[in-house]
Design a protein around this ligand. Structure first.
Ligand SMILES: Cc1ncc(C[n+]2csc(CCOP(=O)(O)OP(=O)(O)O)c2C)c(N)n1
Ligand code: SF4
Length: 486
């Protein structure tokens, strides 16, 4: 049976020279290749490379961030003939490279604050332009500095299309200050602030930000993701980014042995597994549209990626958390479908079925938003009923006069009755019916929120939620009314 994946036909990222390069490791393109033709060599294999982040820094052994930054900055330097300024957010990269009064940077390098690197970079770019210089600017930071505290500055930089390449080195937590959770920490991961305790150990599902997609939503000229498992791809993307003017964003997955609880010699392997599972899709996008993806060879099961990382130990001990594992697998399957990470005919039928049927939102991000909306509505209804406690009830009067913003909501709750799955749609005008009948017409919308039908109060000419009276919405409506009437 032929099942359509329904995924866009995304082309594979074409990395120049890759076809001519001899691969020493299956699935990896991390080769220097000094033996290849000059044109086919990686930037790192050039004995005259810039060494932007040179030896002597104090990163941990196996630090993916140090590796990624060296490749990225050397490429940017090569592309600009060394006419480059780097701006750094606070974080591991900044701290391990510049213990005062030393510096491991051989490029002009600036550090200001944790959250303002994009703004500082914007200023540097503007200053260079004002001085009539062609100096290019790269800003860089960890995931905390990027997706959390620096998000506002970064969004502004994107919106203004400032001429800066921003690189996020994503190690999925605030590593420099002791592994606190960030908006890029995956669900179930243990961090100092999401301990592996309780019913749902580690970071919870339903939160977190997909920064590459947020960047794409700004429709900036160029967005890409990359990992330190494929350094030629990273070089290619930085090189390509430097050919654009305006705001550009590259999000690089950089495993952190200390924070992830992994051996320092597994950094590359883990980065590769993150992509080969589909957990971290690697792609390029221009002006908001995905233009190419790095195809995967065969989707590795997510367990292969998780099991050697101590931050995910609670998924396997004391017993397997099948539900969480299935949700994490579903994230991979959704990504495979969303980005077209592999051709359908290369998938085994059971995997294909899983990919086709993966939910759109396995993270549960929208679930939590829907729940929050439901809670807000519930609070509004409660507030409305609360107000009525203060008003004098007269016979069948409409006790709650709505605030204008709530009025619309209440109207739409009543008017949209037919569109809701659990609605008891009332017939005829609410005011034509006896109170008892109207009491039974409490609307329940799809979020489980009850609200009285909105009706016009002839006295005040405002819409109000009809008094549900003895339906006693989670409280003491009737009792309070009686008290007030006394
Ligand atoms: C305004 C402000 N808040 C908190 C800090 C402390 N701080 C310094 S680095 C850091 C975490 C950096 O995390 P991330 O950006 O993810 O980079 P990483 O260290 O993981 O590379 C924090 C919280 C600070 N320097 N400034
Ligand atoms: S804590 Fe992690 S990110 Fe920081 S230097 Fe060590 S390995 Fe690198």
């Amino acid at each position: 049976m032929k099942v359509e994946l329904g995924i866009p036909a995304t082309r594979e990222t074409e990395i120049p020279s890759r076809d001519n390069v001899k691969f020493y490791q299956v699935g990896s393109y991390a080769v220097g290749n000094r033996l290849a033709e000059v044109i086919d060599r990686s930037i790192q294999s050039d004995p005259h490379r810039y060494n932007s982040l040179t030896s002597g820094h104090r990163a941990c052994q196996g630090c993916g961030e140090a590796l990624g930054a060296r490749y990225a900055l050397d490429t940017a330097m090569a592309e600009t003939d060394g006419d480059l300024v780097a701006v750094n957010a606070t974080g591991c990269l900044e701290v391990f490279s510049t213990p005062y009064p030393e510096s491991a940077w051989t490029v002009p390098w600036l550090h200001s604050l944790f959250g303002n690197a994009p703004a500082v970079a914007t200023g540097v770019a503007a200053a260079m332009k004002a001085k009539g210089r062609n100096t290019r600017v790269v800003a860089q930071g960890g995931d905390g500095g990027t997706v959390d505290i620096g998000m506002g500055c970064l969004s502004g930089m994107f919106e203004r299309n400032d001429d800066v390449l921003y690189i996020c080195y994503d190690n999925e937590a605030y590593m420099n200050t002791g592994v606190q959770r960030s908006g890029a920490t995956p669900p179930t991961a243990r961090t100092a602030t999401t301990q592996a305790v309780g019913e749902h150990p580690g970071n919870i599902f339903g939160q977190g930000k997909d920064m590459a997609r947020i960047a794409m939503a700004h429709e900036i000229p160029y967005v890409a993701t990359a990992t330190v498992a494929d350094l030629r791809d990273l070089e290619y993307k930085v090189r390509k980014a430097m050919t654009f003017r305006g705001a550009r964003y590259i999000h690089v997955l950089v495993p952190c042995p200390l924070g992830w609880g992994t051996p320092s010699n597994e950094t590359i392997k883990l980065a590769r597994l993150a992509t080969q599972t589909g957990f971290f899709p690697v792609f390029e996008a221009e002006a908001g549209e995905v233009t190419s993806v790095s195809k995967i060879r065969r989707p590795a099961p997510i367990e292969e990626y998780l099991k050697s990382q101590r931050r995910f130990a609670s998924l396997f001990r004391p017993e397997r958390d099948e539900e969480a594992l299935a949700r994490l697998q579903a994230i991979c399957d959704r990504n495979i479908r969303r980005y077209g990470l592999i051709e359908e005919d290369k998938l085994d039928s059971d995997v294909l079925e899983r990919v086709v049927n993966a939910p759109e939102d396995p993270e549960g991000r929208f679930d939590s938003i829907r729940q929050a909306t439901a809670e807000t509505k519930r609070a509004q209804v409660e507030a409305a009923f609360g107000k009525r406690k203060k008003s004098k009830l007269e016979g069948e009067s409409f006790s709650t006069v709505m605030r204008p913003e709530f009025e619309g909501d209440a109207r739409s709750q009543a008017g949209g009755a037919q569109g809701r799955s659990h609605t008891k749609a009332g017939s005829g005008s609410a005011t034509d019916k006896p109170l008892a009948e109207r009491r039974s017409e409490v609307l329940i919308d799809s979020s489980g929120i009850e609200a009285g039908p909105s009706v016009l109060d002839p006295e005040t000419e405002t819409f109000g939620v009809h008094d549900p009276g003895t339906t006693n919405y989670e409280g003491d409506v009737e009792a309070t009314s009686n008290e007030e009437e006394k």
